[in-house]
Design a protein around this ligand. Structure first.
Ligand code: PMV
Length: 327
């Protein structure tokens, strides 16, 4: 296949897991231990532009206008190599990626980044991949990226190999009244890489076998909640699932936590609001920030309460987002 300098830009949104992915069974292919379910978010996304160019003597990789190196660059090159292999080309690529989050950092996610990269790079190389193939490709950059190919509620099927491990949409979430409020506690990058932390949990937490059972049950409950539009069942199951995921890092050897003092304080506030009939539930990923799930009727009150505590600039409301778009 011949290459031209076709420049393609793709947009992918971040997602928040409601049933978490925490543990791999194949580190290289990124095959997870269990399935997971997420919700794609509208206001946090990445735009990535890729062009393969015969004139280049190496891949040129930039995120937010800055060149990237080391581990970060290797992950991007891994996805580019997979694309080159599929397209039967050996041309280097120019990749430029911009994270659109309402803040400088803190919510930028590898999920949106690798989903946008998979989409832009494969098209720029002349491939016309299905969403399922894009999900398989994005997964090999970052596991959670497999879900960001799709909008709304998404399930990543763990599978056993490259062919069988990919995400599918459960529901577009378009007819759902569901909002997500991000509470930004810390903007710096996470110290503990999720890959390393997952490995420690799988290998050293005595609770890991039980976590597999927790996930199996929560997958069924959340799927049912999505089908029946049962917001409280969805929220309560998601919150408990997140707490149980974080119990894995606390029970690893060496033990650690992604929470900081403010995470705990704000989680208590979510409970307090609930006790006062504000239907909201919290979830936390591999960092101290919190995402609060709620419905339109309670949105303003939730924004007001948390703005008073951490400042309005650190409280960002969003809603379900769509899958990959080409710009
Ligand atoms: O895809 P990674 O390696 O960034 O891992 C994501 C892990 C969690 O965000 C904590 C859970 C999830 O399912 O997204």
């Amino acid at each position: 296949m011949t290459t031209d300098k076709q420049e393609i830009t793709a947009r992918a949104h971040t997602n928040i897991a409601l049933v978490k992915y925490w543990g791999k069974k194949d580190d290289n292919l990124i095959i997870p231990q269990t399935d997971s379910i997420s919700l794609t978010l509208a206001d946090f996304y990445t735009d990535t532009t890729v062009a393969f160019d015969d004139q280049l003597s190496a891949d040129s990789l930039k995120i937010d206008n800055k060149p990237i190196f080391d581990k970060e660059a290797l992950k991007v090159q891994k996805v580019l190599d997979l694309v080159r292999n599929l397209a039967k080309i050996n041309t280097y690529a120019k990749v430029s990626s911009t994270n659109h989050v309402p803040m400088a950092a803190g919510l930028a996610s590898s999920a949106s980044g690798f989903a946008a990269l998979a989409a832009a790079a494969s098209r720029a190389a002349g491939l016309d991949l299905s969403d399922t193939d894009l999900s398989r490709l994005a997964r090999q950059g970052s596991g959670s990226a497999s879900r960001s190919v799709f909008g709304g509620f998404v399930q990543w099927h763990s599978g056993n190999d490259n062919e069988t491990s990919f995400a599918t949409q459960i529901d577009s979430a378009q007819n759902w009244d569901i909002k997500v409020v991000a509470l930004i506690i810390k903007k710096s990058r996470k110290k503990h890489s999720s890959t390393q932390a997952m490995r420690e949990s799988v290998e050293t937490s005595p609770y890991y076998p039980v976590w597999r059972q927790v996930v199996a049950k929560d997958l069924k409950t959340i799927t049912h909640a999505i089908r029946t539009h049962d917001f409280d069942l969805l929220g309560s199951t998601s919150e408990l699932n997140a707490m149980r995921m974080h119990a894995l890092t606390l029970s690893s050897d060496p033990a650690f936590t992604y929470f900081n003092g403010q995470t705990i304080e704000l989680l208590e506030k979510v409970k307090e609001l609930r006790a006062n009939n504000v239907n909201c539930y919290a979830t936390v990923d591999a960092g101290p920030n919190i995402k609060v799930l709620c419905q339109s009727k309670d949105l303003n009150q939730i924004i007001t309460v948390f703005s008073q505590l951490i400042g309005p600039e650190n409280v960002i409301a969003t809603e379900p987002g769509s899958g990959i778009q080409y710009l």
